[in-house]
Design a protein around this ligand. Structure first.
Ligand code: SF4
Length: 905
């Protein structure tokens, strides 16, 4: 029984679900969905529902750590010493090289108040526009598309529109994985309205695409061509709303002329879909009473991501499908508070209150408000440009807060070079083991989810209070406070007497009040909101001007847009495809994306063993024909090579991939893998409006990695902390192998796994270090060695259970022994089989459950297939028999797919 509960917000995706945190003895002991929160009405997905399993301490940054020379390791430092040192270094660089020689790189996971203080620090105190956010990597194309067409960065829709639409287009998004609660709402709407037509535009057959009435599996980068052809059909089939166009838009004639030749037949040849499917999609859209479009990274992460978003918005402007219930273009925000960063203007290309740093009047207005002489004029560096400038030496010091560029930026080799070259790197982080923390000269421990208070804004412009459930761990402090305390010191060194007044915040409510006041009269006006109202009335949508009694559910209902003349814009769209063409050396298309149960670089989700049960390891998913043609079997190790780097991953056969396409999840980096993962391969080509990189496509080749030596280590841990301690100690060894991956497995008792492969047997002392790290060097461990074949095996038995296993040089039995270990199966019947090279268990001795589909109810893929084969041919019947999908429901799309695949015809 919890001592008390605290309502707050899930820290993962931009759906912004409300969670209720149960706290006892200063610890989070449980999490449930907040039924009062309008974003989720009590539901949580598999990530949100396991938040309580991620409040472990082993990987947390607990106190400041400092090194004063690059050659030294960091040592523990006091906060005063750490911040004084940082201020000394920044002040010296600013004095010698000017304010643009330093930069701040922050995060869509910061709270709005954190964002605000960092922005003021950069703009008003340091005098640089070199402040950017990792939102550049996910939503900046949506920002630019909204601004170019509608006049302001304001998603016009709300979640209720999902219930009211009768045509939903999901373009470049897989909400079944990335925004599961939004997708459940889409599925609910479809169940309630069988006439609702769901169109999905995605190169892959994702769980989202599998649920569609029409799936347009386009070639990568052909979005604007497809959307242009849909506009062509809408125009020439007479579905446009000429009255709306004439009254509320400009530029339609040019847009019409631009798509005149873009017939469905012409587009079909480029997009790789059937012309009649383009016609059907356009007609469904045009015939609908209310058409809603949901989009995410598939459109944004392109070198023409802004055009992609604008081309989708054009469909709505041409048909008047905007500003009314159930209709409009609706970007699904990737991060929990990317919207807050956009509102506070904490990106190089923004200023507070949706102002523009290139606009002298906007700069002057903010400078007046902050009572500083002026804001900097020189353009700031956006994310990729910022790290390029760090590599070239133009930027000498960088302050990185709550983000992990050494895992998440494209072309990782260049990012590593930049961080290694930087004169001074500050990393302000809750987690001490991130790939970026390795480069920190100063590591500052930040408070994290459950430990800090403020606000976030979700995809539908709804601002929610984030509350403290437990005190910060160790010496961790809230991000806004760290930025403020650094500002005090830096201002002192720069001789800025106004600093104490600029940063006179003692609690986040005052920061929010200043932020809200800066939005007065702007499109996002939230001057009527403060903490007291949010506490009293709950989460509110903006705009919410002073004197308002409610927020605005949807925008542009009066047909007046946020442009100077009130009219929306049809804009010029490039009909480009991908930035990097395939060729004979790199003939395949790489696509990167998310998994259902992991989040970003896994700093948090990577802590919970349960979240590996759906997908344990990163794999390269290829069409079966592509594997067969190369003589590669599923499970073989592949080398994937782009023009920037190479990685090794196991191959997976996936008929949902188009031939010639490879999908790699974006979550894994050097913490758990012998390479930097997907971003070793990705291309840093930028959209000219948004400067967002093209994560969604790179040209690659694949070939079988000839790594005959294999190793496997499995170790049952007493608890999650012990598993993470072992994992942290093993991370530095991963790079010594051609292929190595660390993972967790299990439910209540975690099992740490380490899979290894090499061209030749590794040095014995390297293997001995692995064995010693996890206590498999126990003298009671059973051991087997065949030095002639370079095979060495050990098994540790504790309390009649297999507690640890090392299979070096021969791993055939690894899979089923792991199943026995996870099931807590008594080891006695298996004792004689432990070291045999048998890839199947002795008859009936081990129940091989395989992949877990339903994390809440612990239902495996094999359980579901068995239930279907036993006659459970409806979703309800499978649910009744297995419990699958009766918890958070994140697995329901997959359950539906499995039913379709295995149900007897
Ligand atoms: S959909 Fe899942 S990850 Fe996203 S906010 Fe809701 S619970 Fe969190």
């Amino acid at each position: 029984m919890a001592a008390h509960t605290v309502p707050t917000i899930c820290p993962y995706c931009g759906t912004g679900c409300g969670v209720t945190v149960a706290v006892d003895g200063g610890r989070v002991i449980g999490v449930t969905g907040d039924e009062r929160h309008p974003a989720n009405r009590g539901r949580l997905c598999s990530k949100g529902a396991t938040l309580d399993l991620t409040t472990l301490t082993t990987t947390r940054a607990l106190h400041p750590e400092l090194r004063t020379a690059k050659s030294q390791p960091r040592r523990r430092a006091a906060w005063d010493e750490a911040l004084d040192h940082a201020a000394d270094r920044f002040a010296a660089i600013i004095r010698e090289h000017g304010p643009d020689a330093v930069a701040f790189y922050v995060s869509g996971q910061l709270l709005t108040e954190d964002y605000f203080v960092f922005n003021k620090l950069a703009r008003a105190l340091v005098g640089t526009n070199n402040i950017d956010s990792n939102s550049r990597l996910c939503m900046s194309s949506a920002v630019a598309a909204y601004k170019r067409t509608l006049g302001a960065d304001a998603p016009p829709c709300c979640y209720d529109d999902i219930d009211l639409a009768d045509c939903i287009v999901i373009a470049g998004a897989n909400p079944a994985y990335a925004h599961p609660i939004v997708f459940r709402r889409v599925m609910d709407a479809k169940a309630a309205n069988p006439d609702l037509r769901l169109i999905v535009i995605d190169p892959r057959v994702t769980d989202t695409a599998a649920a569609a009435d029409l799936h347009l599996a386009i070639e990568p980068g052909t979005d604007t061509i497809l959307l242009g052809a849909m506009l062509h059909v809408l125009i020439w089939d007479g579905y446009v709303d000429r009255r709306f166009i004439d009254a509320h838009t400009v530029g339609f004639d040019a847009a019409r002329d631009a798509v005149r030749e873009l017939t469905p037949e012409a587009a079909a040849r480029v997009c790789g879909v059937r012309a009649e499917d383009i016609v059907t999609a356009a007609r469904w859209f045009g015939q609908s009473r209310a058409a809603l479009s949901l989009w995410c990274q598939g459109l944004n992460q392109s070198h023409h991501g802004t055009d992609n978003g604008a081309a989708l918005i054009h469909l709505h402007l041409a048909t008047g499908q905007i500003g009314k219930p159930g209709a409009g273009p609706f970007s699904l925000t990737g991060q929990p508070n990317a919207m807050g960063g956009r509102e506070t203007g904490t990106m190089a290309t923004l200023l507070p209150g949706h102002r523009d740093p290139a606009n002298p009047a906007d700069r002057a207005e903010v400078a007046r408000f902050w009572n500083v002489p002026a804001l900097p004029e020189a353009p700031g560096r956006t994310a990729v440009e910022l790290f390029d400038a760090l590599a070239s030496g133009e930027i000498k010091a960088v302050w990185i807060a709550c983000t992990n560029p050494a895992q998440s930026l494209p072309d990782q080799a260049k990012v590593r070079e930049a961080l290694a070259k930087a004169e001074f790197v500050v990393v302000q982080e809750a987690f001490a083991d991130t790939e970026t923390a390795v480069y920190a000269d100063l590591l500052l421990p930040a408070a994290t989810w459950g430990e800090k208070e403020g606000t976030v804004t979700n995809s539908e412009r709804r601002i929610s209070r984030v509350r403290v459930a437990v005190p910060p761990l160790g010496e961790a402090r809230p991000d806004w406070r760290i930025a403020r305390d650094f500002a005090f010191r830096l201002g002192d060194r720069l001789g800025r007497a106004d600093t104490p007044g600029l940063f006179a915040y003692t609690e986040p409510a005052a920061i929010f009040a200043e932020h809200a006041a800066l939005t007065a009269g702007r499109d996002l006006d939230l001057s009527g909101l403060d903490y007291a109202r949010l506490e009293r009335d709950g989460p509110r949508q903006w705009p919410y001007a002073a004197g308002a009694t409610t927020g605005q559910a949807r925008l542009y209902e009066d047909g007046r847009f946020a442009t100077a003349d009130g009219r929306a814009r049809f804009v010029a769209i490039r009909q480009a495809t991908v930035a990097e063409a395939t060729d004979a050396r790199h003939p395949l298309h790489l696509n990167t994306g998310r998994l259902r149960d992991q989040w970003h670089g896994m700093s948090r989700t990577g802590l919970a063993a349960r979240l590996y049960n759906h997908v344990e390891l990163p794999v390269a998913s290829c069409h079966p024909d592509d594997l067969q043609r190369r003589g590669i079997a599923a499970g073989d190790l592949l080398q994937l090579t782009s023009r920037r780097g190479e990685i090794i991953l196991p191959a997976a056969a996936d008929a949902g991939q188009k031939p010639g396409h490879v999908f790699v999840p974006m979550h894994w980096g050097r913490r758990r893998l012998s390479s930097a993962g997907a971003n070793e391969l990705t291309v840093p080509a930028l959209d000219p409006y948004s400067q967002q990189p093209e994560f969604k496509h790179a040209a690659i080749r694949i070939e079988r990695a000839d790594l005959p030596w294999r190793g496997l280590m499995l170790r049952r841990a007493a608890d999650g902390e012990q598993a993470l301690r072992w994992s942290r100690e093993l991370t530095p060894l991963l790079a010594d192998f051609d292929y190595a991956v660390l993972a967790l497995a299990g439910r209540d008792v975690p099992v740490l796994s380490l899979q290894l492969a090499g061209a030749a047997p590794p040095a014995p002392d390297l293997l001995a270090r692995i064995v010693a790290t996890v206590g498999l060097d126990d003298p009671l461990a059973l051991a087997y060695a065949d030095s002639r074949r370079a095979v060495a095996k050990r098994a540790l038995i504790e309390n009649s259970l297999l507690a640890g296993l090392a299979l070096f040089g021969e791993t055939a039995a690894g899979g089923w022994l792991k199943d026995a270990m996870l099931a807590g199966q008594p080891v006695d019947p298996l004792r004689n089989w432990l070291f045999l090279p048998a890839n199947a268990p002795p008859a009936n001795l081990v129940n091989q459950r395989g992949r877990i589909v339903c994390n809440c109810q612990n239902v495996a893929e094999t359980d579901i297939v068995a239930a279907i084969k036993a006659g459970a041919t409806t979703r309800e019947a499978v649910q009744e028999r297995t419990g699958c999908g009766t918890g958070c429901g994140a697995c329901l799309p997959e359950l539906n797919r499995m039913l379709a695949a295995h149900r007897p015809t």
